[in-house]
Design a protein around this ligand. Structure first.
Ligand SMILES: CC(C)(COP(=O)(O)OP(=O)(O)OC[C@H]1O[C@@H](n2cnc3c(N)ncnc32)[C@H](O)[C@@H]1OP(=O)(O)O)[C@@H](O)C(=O)NCCC(=O)NCCS
Length: 180
């Protein structure tokens, strides 16, 4: 039985403190577990380690619990010159719906900006209501639609789902590091 099983009830009871920091290799197992909860096809730990090693910008949401800190979300982007691609963002289901994803993505975008990007691009399933609300709330613009880009969510009888391509202008963001 995992440590997470024992720690989560304390977090539900509101153990204090949530922060955002850069990800490191030791966070990769939790990031893989959170990714697997959020997506039909998960990333394994080694894929995440490779991304962090190769210099992708990775940030984690960290919640304090009785036994120390627990990674409860992450965002990871690849920066090439002045453009970035958001490769993934996901929160543990236990901490969704509290606005943390907005804080995480804002802080992540500042780091992406520091790495030289002026625009951040992403793809999102057209039926992913929480993600769309998050991205639109931050002012991202839809710039394209890819018909049938994602597999059906429920089963083989369902239609494939469209992807929306979005762009976020982050050139104006203040890249100065600061505590959350
Ligand atoms: C997408 C994700 C990171 C958003 O995190 P979250 O904690 O649920 O988001 P928040 O609580 O910050 O809410 C973001 C917005 O979505 C809205 N929202 C949340 N759930 C919603 C739902 N089921 N339907 C419509 N809107 C919803 C919130 O009201 C909020 O909008 P507001 O700021 O205007 O109030 C999270 O749902 C997740 O990890 N999903 C699985 C992985 C995933 O889909 N990642 C995105 C891939 S592109």
């Amino acid at each position: 039985m995992s440590l997470w099983f024992w720690v989560m009830p304390w977090m539900r009871m509101g153990a204090s403190g949530t922060t955002i920091r850069s990800a490191s290799m030791v966070d990769s197992s939790r990031m893989a577990a959170i990714h697997a909860e959020g997506f039909a096809v998960g990333w394994d730990r080694s894929e995440i380690e490779r991304m962090v090693l190769e210099g992708d910008v990775a940030d984690v949401l960290v919640s304090q619990a009785v036994f120390g800190e627990i990674v409860t979300g992450f965002a990871i982007s690849r920066v090439v010159l002045d453009e970035a691609e958001l490769l993934s963002i996901a929160l543990d289901p236990e901490v969704r719906g509290r606005g943390y994803s907005t804080s995480l993505l804002k802080r992540h975008a500042e780091r992406v900006r520091r790495a030289g990007a002026e625009s951040l691009f992403l793809e999102v399933a057209a039926d992913n209501a929480p993600a769309l609300a998050l991205y639109r709330g931050l002012g991202m613009q839809e710039i394209g639609r890819r018909k049938g880009y994602y597999p059906a969510s429920k089963g083989p009888g369902d239609a494939r789902r469209d992807a929306l391509t979005m762009r976020w202008d982050i050139a104006h963001l203040d890249p100065t590091p600061r505590a959350w």
